[in-house]
Design a protein around this ligand. Structure first.
Ligand code: TA6
Length: 303
């Protein structure tokens, strides 16, 4: 669908606007009634920016991110489907590297929402022979919600993994603390997916981490002492939470990450990974995450 048609069908005055970017990709700029803003590309249905009403950016987007077909945008919230990590399909599946279509937009006094969808096709059938549709609904108010829905359009069972691979911008990775992971079992991608158990009540970082925490609580917290900022992650039906930072050596090996870029983000990714989702013909999966930004409770000594 061309730009003019997108804006005439789904644009909403100053709340939802589609534009062509220098890379040739189209994105939507959306704004809530509270003044928060977000940017979502049709490519990958990829959220690349979320700013609160004060204009503070909360997601990390690499300055070296590539906006070219076939390459995932480094940062923001890549949509991971139907496979997490390496496997029969290219790593992290195909959804983040495909052009999605806009299917719905709405503006209410509570939020601005935009829904994009991707369906099975002859091209995809060659690598993943299942009839499906996936959609992501982004809802922006003072918080940012992403709802994932997958429908089995086939006459046989459908099995998949999915995740919202969120990159949070931070002041310095060594000033970040994550809460909600205490006691969780995890698959350690740095040790051939060996099973471990988290003993810490607060996760802090001084080396590479790449763990799929299984059956995580439906509320997790990202704290950044450098920005005096906390982001609460609420989730539903996305049981697992991946924590990833490549640290210096692996970070330097990523061509689309700035040098020392590892210092500026932490990935906390909600998803259904440890136990793939199974849908019978006609069944639909729905999972969502809601991100809400707040300020850290300053210790009384600093008040
Ligand atoms: O976030 C977990 C992870 O699977 C890591 O192992 C790392 O590969 C990361 O995703 C980024 O993957 P990408 O394919 O986007 O470079």
């Amino acid at each position: 669908m061309q730009l003019e048609e997108l804006n005439s069908k789904f644009g909403k005055t100053d709340r939802i606007n589609f534009a062509l970017t220098p890379s040739g990709l189209i994105h939507a700029k959306i704004q809530s009634n509270t003044g928060s803003r977000a940017i979502i590309y049709l490519y990958g249905a990829h959220l690349t920016s979320w700013r609160n009403s004060s204009g503070e950016e909360i997601l990390y987007l690499s300055p070296k991110a590539e906006f070219t077909a076939g390459k995932a945008i480094r940062g923001g919230i890549p949509v991971i489907f139907p496979q997490f990590g390496p496997g029969k399909l290219p790593s992290h599946g195909f959804a983040r590297n495909k052009l999605w279509r806009v299917v719905k937009s709405s503006v209410t006094d509570k939020f601005t929402s935009l829904t994009m969808a991707l369906s099975h096709s002859a091209e995809l059938n060659k690598i993943w022979p299942y009839k499906f549709s996936i959609e992501i609904e982004v809802r922006l108010s003072s918080s940012l919600t992403a709802v994932l829905r997958v429908k089995n359009e086939d006459d046989k069972p459908l099995e998949f993994q999915c995740a919202l691979h969120t990159y949070f911008e931070v002041s310095d990775i060594q000033k970040v603390a994550l809460k909600g992971f205490s006691g969780l079992k995890f698959l350690d991608n740095l040790k051939a997916k060996s099973l471990g158990q988290e003993s810490r009540s607060v996760l802090t970082f001084n080396e590479e981490i790449d763990r799929v925490y299984l059956n995580a609580p439906n509320e997790l917290i990202v704290e950044d002492a450098g920005l005096n900022r906390s982001v609460t992650i609420a989730k539903n039906n996305l049981p697992d939470a991946v924590v990833w930072n490549p640290w210096q050596e692996k970070g330097a090996s990523l061509a689309d990450l700035e040098s020392d870029g590892y210092k500026k983000f932490i990935c906390v990714e909600t998803g259904a990974i440890g136990t793939p989702v199974k849908l019978l013909p006609g069944e639909t999966f729905e999972g969502w995450q809601e991100l809400a930004m707040g300020r850290l409770e300053l210790p009384t000594s600093e008040l």
